[in-house]
Design a protein around this ligand. Sequence first.
Ligand code: MG
Ligand code: ZN
Length: 227
Amino acid sequence: MPDEIEIIMPDKGEVFDIELEEDLLEANRRIAEENKQLLEKHRIRAIDVMGSVGSGKTTLIEKLIGLLKDKYRIAVFGGDVTTTIDAERLRRSGAKTLQINTGKECHLDANLVRKALSKIDLNDIDLLFIENVGNLICPAEFPLGTDTRVVVISVTEGPYTPLKHPYIFMEADVAVINKIDLAEAMGVDVDELEAKIKKVSPDVVVVRASCKTGEGVEKVAKVLGLL
Ligand code: MG
Ligand code: ZN
């Protein structure tokens, strides 16, 4: 039996009152800045992977670990509301894995990431992937202190995701259009989808991929500066 996956959860009362939203966002930004400094001090590249449930975040991270595990010492924080399904999967890919369960919150926040960072030996890793909770809305407002943010969308979400959820694309450095092998069956024009992303977020780097087949994963690693 492998060791149980360690689960980080908010302490009682630690979930902030949403009526204090401005204070909350400000507090989050401050802690994110501290996380960032801590990660920089230890020369750790940290990548926040955002996107809907089922967009392919876990598969992308899994494939990137497969590609990069000989080059970097990798850790993964898996954010999820209640389950450890993804964390179990990611651990099998060979990375140190820690689960962050948010309880009922639909996004990770910098405070939870700070707690998770305190649980691992930062001298022992070079690269950290943080899989955010499957959600296209509030993760955009809660930076975690990573140096890079990636959003994964799948053609199975249809053609309108970038227009309906522009903020997450504006926040992201890299947008991965996943499951391009299914584009035709879904009736989604990938060129148009990419144009919509560029319309809401002109500076984001777009990569087309099929994380399942592995197509495009190397390109993702390259644009992240990891290869
Ligand atoms: Mg996942
Ligand atoms: Zn949320």
